[in-house]
Design a protein around this ligand. Structure first.
Ligand SMILES: Cc1cc2nc3c(=O)[nH]c(=O)nc-3n(C[C@H](O)[C@H](O)[C@H](O)COP(=O)(O)O)c2cc1C
Length: 182
């Protein structure tokens, strides 16, 4: 089969790399102020012990909070909070609770009530990785919305919506193109 060079042809190589679904990374700063940001670069690393990694810009407050506290929560958004997930990219003022500002509800630290699931993480290591920091963390707890839970893996996969970021304010939600309001 004929191939064409993808690196020069595509504006963004992330169009062809397997995408990870959009998540929200919730943190607190040293003073306890809550923050949240949409993050698309996430991968599982290990199942025993459970570990994942997220890649976040060193300029993000989220990164500073994670470096300062060693903790974060990966919240899995539902389509119902897609707009809030998009809006979570805003910069909050110093001392401002971005979770509350967006109308989201934090419980048990910075788990998000409106999320489909929450994965509580403690940092193992952080390394420089180009224009992102690679943050590898142990998964120490997790919860899922009771109504979405089923012990059947295939059913569970389909009960959780998959939200992929396309570009700008465009998302793919369970296969349908959806635009968030700018
Ligand atoms: C859909 C979407 C996905 C994003 N994914 C990432 C990501 O994977 N890594 C990253 O560093 N920034 C990502 N961003 C940008 C951050 O969310 C943005 O820098 C945000 O302002 C960080 O907020 P903070 O400074 O409060 O941490 C994404 C933004 C959007 C809208």
């Amino acid at each position: 089969m004929a191939k064409i060079d993808a690196l020069t042809k595509l504006e963004k190589l992330t169009c062809i790399t397997p995408a990870s679904a959009l998540v929200l990374v919730a943190t607190k700063d040293k003073n306890g102020t809550a923050n949240i940001a949409p993050i698309a670069f996430l991968s599982m690393v290990s199942t025993r012990p459970l570990k994942l990694l997220v890649c976040i810009s060193p300029r993000a407050r989220t990164t500073k909070n994670i470096e300062d506290t060693g903790e974060f929560v990966v919240a899995i958004p539902t389509p119902a909070i897609l707009q809030k997930a998009y809006d979570a990219q805003i910069k909050a003022a110093d001392g401002e609770d971005k979770i509350a500002k967006l109308g989201l509800t934090a419980y048990d630290g910075v788990r998000i009530k409106e999320a489909a699931a929450n994965i509580v993480c403690k940092v193992d290591w952080i390394k420089e990785g180009g224009n992102h920091k690679v943050i590898c963390a142990d998964i120490v707890a997790a919860d899922i919305e009771e109504g979405l839970y089923t012990p059947d893996m295939a059913e569970l996969r389909s009960s959780l919506s998959r939200i992929f970021h396309l570009d700008g304010n465009e998302f793919l939600v369970d296969g349908d193109k959806v635009r968030a309001e700018k």
